[in-house]
Design a protein around this ligand. Structure first.
Ligand code: DQA
Length: 159
């Protein structure tokens, strides 16, 4: 088993979250039955801790704007080694974000807190899996930890 923390040496990875995923408060401001009651700060802390343990530096972002997310993915081409993205509502609508991810030429892991396949029909299709290496959904905040661990493995294999 490789020791990622030694070999990846703090490689920067982009971890963007899409619209409405900033709406987590101590009381679970956004549909707590679906998304849990953790705050965005809790989730980001978990991400940074897991990333560091795997030798990655998680550059966490959240935006409600498609263009901001698309620009961040463009920037990642030259700055980051991989992407763990929860595009939120844009998963189902944004061809631009999908195209940016395809152009980035980086390993991509798509994450959803909820299991989108067991929810409303309009959530069943995401544009992102076609350009992602892996999709993780339905594991709540733990999905981010799984995604970062998996991204470290992909980077280790392709070093
Ligand atoms: C989500 C699922 C999307 O359908 C929804 O629009 C979100 C969150 C998830 O993490 O489960 O905003 O991406």
């Amino acid at each position: 088993m490789p020791n990622h923390a030694d070999t990846l040496r703090g490689a920067p990875v982009l971890v963007p979250k899409g619209p409405d995923l900033g709406l987590f408060g101590p009381l679970g401001l956004r549909e707590p039955a679906v998304y849990g009651t953790g705050t965005l700060a809790d989730i980001e802390e978990l991400r940074r801790t897991v990333a560091a343990a795997r030798g990655l530096h998680a550059d966490c972002r959240q935006s409600n704007h498609e263009g901001v997310l698309t620009d961040a993915v463009h920037e990642a081409r030259t700055v980051h080694r991989g992407i763990v993205i929860n595009p939120a509502g844009y998963s189902h609508t944004s061809v631009a974000l999908r195209d940016a991810l395809a152009a980035a030429g980086l390993p991509v892991v798509e994450v959803h807190l909820s299991d989108i396949h067991r929810r409303e029909a309009f959530r069943h299709h995401s544009h992102v899996p076609a350009v992602a290496d892996t999709v993780i959904c339905g594991a709540g905040a733990h999905g981010d930890a799984m995604a970062l661990t998996h991204l470290a493995q992909l980077l280790e294999e392709n070093r």
